[in-house]
Each structure stands twice: as structure tokens, then as C-alpha cells.
Design a protein around this ligand. Structure first.
Ligand code: AMP
Ligand code: TRP
Length: 344
């Protein structure tokens, strides 16, 4: 595999209720990676419509995700922030990848099975093909690193498989067109830290999710201080004191989750948190967790509100990002067309 220039790409769906899991699993990583890499962060609106969306809410959600990126510290002047549908090459490359990926690969995707549920016949074709679009998002920029939460691991593996199959199927043409041994890098998932899978506050065995019907299951980035405090106080726990060692969290999913959230928000390990709170009861720990969550999240929520109050400013940021993304996308797509054998 030749060396590819390091580049980070990631995406978040504009499907409402951005929450602490999105923030700790993805957005904080986006901010960190800016220091070391060229980064492209995308509001993946084409992904959102794989399930029904209300157009008005979709438009508001697109702006809200862009605002969350910026409020959390993503710098759209140094890096690229845009919404996917403004760069037509995403859909174009996804079509090529639909023809590279195999039905069998996509049939194994657990997220499709979960989202389609029992009524698979009635799921959209887009929901089934979604991982090919995700592979296109990443590979359109020949990105090498992809910060995501744990739930995206399987999709990232599929993106690597697509890249590898394209490189193999078209090896001769890739070389003949002057691209050497491989056209696409095999993108690496960056799934690191203590909060790669933040769990529901109501049930420590379920992922914190935008679509959970109980709002108490998650802390939304738009929640105010009182709401955050209430949700943390109501969070499910067990009757025992907190353990002093990480091993003691083993069969205690709710305790493990809250300790993980504290650790991630405070930039510590779980062991550090247990050093401070081990042996104590949950109410003391929860008070500290309320203070920490409010201190970290309320300023972001406030800044998001300020930004979304001026949609024309956000739209300008997205249009500027899209123009810069398009320049890279156009070059990749032109090369892909030559490699595949299209006439242009
Ligand atoms: P989505 O909201 O599905 O577009 O997810 C956006 C990003 O947040 C992806 O990188 C997900 O892996 C990540 N993410 C979503 N839910 C969680 C969670 N409960 N814990 C950690 N990361 C998450
Ligand atoms: N599928 C991701 C999710 O649901 C969102 C996404 C779309 C993405 N395209 C991507 C993430 C490309 C990383 C890279 O969370």
C-alpha cells in the first residue's frame, strides 16, 4: 500500500437530539484531531433521509449539527465543515461503490438489521445501501483516519473492504492511469478513549441514542443546567457503593457508564475517578457529575443557540466548506471515472 497523505473525515447525521454520546464519542475527537491533521467534518444529510424526515426539521437539524461542531471548537476556517448534499460527488461515488460492494456484505450490517426491524421489506433501499454512501464520503477525500463511536466499527470495516476491492478490481486501470498500486487508502477507524459507547441513563445495557423515546435516557447538547441536573439525578444506578477499582464495575453497567462519562468529561481514566469517589455513595458522585456536566456542556449549548439564531451565518459557513470540499471531490471523481472506463 503506497503512502497516502493523512487526512481526517467524519460525519454526523442531522436527525435531531444531538447528545452526550455524539459529543464524547465523536465531536470531542474532531476537535482534538484539528491540531495534528487536515480535517473534513460533514453533516451527512443524504444519510438522514434513509428514514423519513420532516423537511423543516431536517433543515433545522442540519444547521444545529453544524452549530454543535463549531460551538464545541471545530474551526471551519482552518478545516472543512459542510453538508453532504451540497457536494454531488458523494452520491456519484456511492453509485460506483454500490456496484463494487456485494449484497452479502451489506446483508451482514447489524445497524441495518436494527433499524429495519422486523419489517425489512418496507425499509428503504437507501437504508440498505447506506454503508456504500458512507464509504464514498470517506474515500471521496481519500481520508486515512475516521473518528467515530464504537457503533460505526462495522461500517468502517465495510469501507475498507470497498476500498480494497476497488483497488483490486481496477488494479490494471489504476496503474495505467498513473495512480500506482492503489487508488484508495484503507481508512482507519479512530475509536479511542473511555467513552466510545455511552449508554442510556435509564438502562446501562442500551446505547444512548437520538431516537430513544425517553428524553431522560440522554443528555442533549441543547439541555439547560436544570434539565441536565434532573436527568443525572434520575439516572439509574444500583444499591451498592462505588467500587475503588475498575474491575468492580464489571457487572454494573449503570455505574460503569456514569464513571465513564465523568472520566471522559474530565479528561481522566476511570481508575482516577474511582480513586476520588470509590467507596462513596452515588448521591455524592452524582452531585459532582452534575457540576461537571453543566460546566462542560452548558457553554456549548448556549453557543449553539447563539449560532442557530442566525441561520444565514451558518449557511454561509456550510456553503464555503462545500466549495472547498467540492474542489477535492471533483479531482477524485474525475480520476474514478477514468479508472472505471467512463468517457468524459
Ligand atoms: P449519529 O448520531 O448516528 O450520526 O452518530 C454520530 C457520531 O456519534 C458517530 O461517530 C457515532 O458513532 C457517535 N455516537 C452515536 N451515539 C453514540 C454513543 N451512545 N456513544 C458514543 N458515540 C456515539
Ligand atoms: N454512519 C455514521 C453514523 O450514523 C455517520 C456517517 C456518515 C459517517 N458518513 C460517515 C461517519 C463517514 C464517519 C465517516 O453515525
Amino acid at each position: 500500500m503506497p503512502d497516502f497523505q493523512p487526512r481526517v473525515f467524519s460525519g454526523v447525521q442531522p436527525t435531531g437530539n444531538l447528545h452526550l454520546g455524539n459529543y464524547l464519542g465523536a465531536i470531542t475527537k474532531f476537535v482534538e484531531l484539528q491540531r495534528t491533521h487536515d480535517c473534513i467534518y460533514c453533516v451527512v444529510d443524504l444519510h438522514a433521509i434513509t428514514v423519513a424526515q420532516d423537511p423543516r426539521e431536517l433543515r433545522a437539524s442540519i444547521r444545529e449539527v453544524a452549530a454543535a461542531f463549531i460551538a464545541a471548537g471545530v474551526d471551519p476556517t482552518q478545516h472543512i465543515v459542510f453538508n453532504q448534499s451540497q457536494v454531488a460527488e458523494h452520491a456519484e461515488l456511492a453509485w460506483v461503490f454500490n456496484c463494487v460492494a456485494r449484497m452479502g456484505w451489506l446483508s451482514r450490517m447489524t445497524q441495518f438489521k436494527e433499524k429495519a426491524g422486523k419489517d425489512r421489506e418496507n425499509a428503504s433501499v437507501g437504508l440498505f445501501a447506506y454503508p456504500c454512501l458512507m464509504a464514498a464520503d470517506i474515500l471521496l477525500y481519500r481520508a486515512t483516519h475516521v473518528p467515530v463511536g464504537e457503533d460505526q466499527k462495522q461500517h468502517l470495516e465495510l469501507a475498507r473492504d470497498v476500498a480494497q476491492k476497488f483497488n483490486l478490481d481496477f488494479a490494471e486501470s489504476i496503474a495505467a492511469n498513473g495512480h500506482g498500486e492503489a487508488f484508495f487508502p484503507l481508512p482507519e477507524p479512530l475509536i479511542q478513549g473511555v467513552a466510545t459507547r455511552v449508554m442510556s441513563l435509564r438502562d446501562g445495557t442500551k446505547k444512548m441514542s437520538k431516537s430513544d423515546p425517553s428524553d431522560n435516557s440522554r443528555i442533549n447538547l441543547s439541555d439547560d443546567a436544570d434539565t441536565i441536573a434532573q436527568k443525572v439525578r434520575k439516572a439509574k444506578t444500583d444499591p451498592d457503593a462505588l467500587p475503588s477499582e475498575v474491575e468492580g464495575l464489571g457487572k454494573r453497567p449503570e455505574a460503569d457508564n456514569l464513571v465513564g462519562i465523568f472520566a471522559a468529561l474530565n479528561g481522566q481514566s476511570k481508575a482516577d475517578v474511582l480513586k476520588a469517589f470509590g467507596g462513596g455513595n452515588f448521591s455524592t458522585f452524582k452531585s459532582a457529575l452534575v457540576d461537571l456536566s453543566v460546566a462542560k456542556l452548558v457553554p456549548i449549548g448556549t453557543e449553539m443557540k447563539r449560532l442557530t439564531a442566525d441561520p444565514s451565518h451558518i449557511d454561509g459557513v456550510l456553503a464555503n466548506g462545500a466549495a472547498r470540499a467540492r474542489e477535492i471531490a471533483r479531482v477524485t471523481m474525475a480520476a474514478v471515472k477514468d479508472i472505471v472506463g467512463f468517457v468524459s
